[in-house]
Design a protein around this ligand. Structure first.
Ligand code: GLY
Ligand code: MN
Length: 463
């Protein structure tokens, strides 16, 4: 946990951004797997963590803007709890650690909110992503569960995005803690990528690394020899010599700050020349994009720079053709990179995505495109010092998409479908790092993880 001052300051800054009313933060509850007592690993709500810091179920916080008062609601453990789960510090003492002086039993939250409802006071709460929370709000605020997300506070979303977007030094340190673990996850995967191993053996081993630090993974591991499937969570394939294995995985630190790294590894330790050519294009796009990520520049423009590198590299190989700028304008590159360059990262791996992607990655000056590919860009707006984001271009050969475009005769002026046929079974390559935007430029976070062809080949197990 950070120092109590940090949480107090965050809440004060939030309070200043909200005109009046009562801000409600519901912490997450246990979420059952198959019966109530058998729960998934508990994950606290990231906004609750940001403002109230306490990492256990059964908590709620309110900030009364008009009365300048904060209350934390929760229950102390009773003997029954102690028998099964052990002792826990009193809520009053836990609250003091995050700078809150008023605590109340959980049952009193309903009374406080009922009184506020009677006085017609304004409520602010954030978008809800768990049904359980919708039901709580239904009971507390008398809003039909299905309509809860119609009643969210836009001003609260805006204020929270403003605060959480710029990472403080201690937050960046937390992300780098996550990256230390992630370094081990990735280098271990490289050392294990020998023919005959199953994807699941490697995925299991690297998830175990995160757990062994008392940390967790920041999202379900993507580790696959079918890297052309962008978010492939199937881990049942046996590795064969000469395949490419995409490993997109990261830890979240004990305090739940994320890392998100992708490396593409040649099974057996050596890229073929065909793989190497595509790899170099992706690497060039990634390095170009990182260099271009500076304060004052829109991430949308960085994305465009990256995909131009991809289009011109593919043109050199004869897969694309025509004028590169025109091809990119027409969206032809999206056949090979149908996703955005990256996303914000922090307490969530896609930071604050639960508040609405457009609130986080777009603003009045930056509209979302509706063009295939560019439309998926999560983070488009101008970069500012303190932002942490991923840079993750890729090139994929997705047979179903190639067939669809070919049948539609799509963008034939920019794509050589005959040449492309030679790459049908190629798979995919993605390379991803996490960067911090600084006052003058950017910094790649964490200890460098092997990335060039020579570095990756040197560490990868030889088949
Ligand atoms: N690492 C998975 C993603 O960014 O969506
Ligand atoms: Mn990512």
């Amino acid at each position: 946990m950070f120092d109590s001052k940090i949480y107090r300051e965050r809440r004060k800054r939030l309070q200043k951004k909200i005109d009046h009313g009562l801000i409600l933060f519901l912490g997450n509850e246990e979420s059952p797997m198959n019966y109530p007592d058998n729960a998934y690993r508990f994950r606290q709500d990231s906004n609750f963590l940001y403002f109230f810091g306490l990492d256990s179920p059964g908590l709620a916080g309110i900030i009364d803007v008009d009365e300048d008062k904060e209350i934390l609601f929760g229950d102390d453990v009773d003997v029954e709890d102690i028998i099964w789960m052990g002792e826990k510090p009193f809520l009053k003492d836990r609250a003091a650690k995050v700078g809150v002086t008023h605590v109340s039993p959980r049952a009193q939250l309903a009374d406080v909110l009922t009184r506020a409802l009677e006085k017609n006071r304004k409520f602010h709460f954030l978008p809800v992503y768990r049904e359980q929370t919708s039901l709580q709000i239904q009971n507390l605020l008398n809003i039909e569960a299905a309509k809860v997300n119609d009643c969210i506070s836009k001003s609260l979303i805006k204020a929270v995005v403003d605060l959480r977007s710029k990472k403080s030094k201690p937050e960046v340190e937390q992300i780098e803690e996550a990256l230390k673990i992630t370094y081990q996850m990735h280098t271990t995967a490289m050392k294990m990528a020998i023919p005959g191993k199953y994807e699941r053996e490697i995925a299991g081993a690297i998830e175990g690394i995160a757990l062994s630090y008392g940390a967790n993974i920041s999202f379900p591991i993507i580790l696959t020899v079918n890297g052309q499937i962008l978010h492939n969570h199937y881990h049942g394939n046996k590795l064969r010599q000469g395949q490419l294995m995409v490993n997109d995985s990261g830890a979240e630190s004990v305090m739940h700050y994320a890392a998100d790294i992708t490396r593409t590894i040649p099974v057996g330790g050596k890229f073929t020349s065909k793989q190497g050519e595509i790899y170099e294009i992706v690497l060039n796009a990634q390095e170009t994009a990182i260099q271009a990520s500076i304060p004052g520049r829109k991430n949308k423009d960085v994305h465009i720079k990256a995909v131009k590198v991809i289009a011109s590299g593919l043109k050199e190989l004869g897969i694309m053709k025509g004028d590169v700028d025109e091809a990119v304008k027409a969206g032809a590159h999206a056949l090979f990179m149908p996703h955005g360059l990256g996303h914000m990262m922090g307490l969530d791996v896609h930071d604050m995505e639960g508040l609405g992607e457009d609130h986080v990655g777009y603003d009045k000056k930056t509209e979302r495109s509706d063009q295939f590919g560019l439309a998926y860009l999560r983070m488009a707006k101008e970069l500012k010092p303190g932002y942490v984001l991923t840079v993750e271009p890729g090139i994929y050969f997705i047979p179903a998409l190639i067939d669809k475009w070919f049948k539609e005769n799509k963008l034939t002026e920019y794509i050589d479908y005959q040449k492309l046929d030679q790459y049908r079974d190629f798979g995919g390559i993605r390379i991803e790092d996490d960067i911090l935007i600084t006052e003058k430029g950017q910094r790649i976070l964490g200890k460098p993880i092997p990335k060039t062809i020579a570095q990756v080949e040197a560490i990868t197990a030889k088949g």
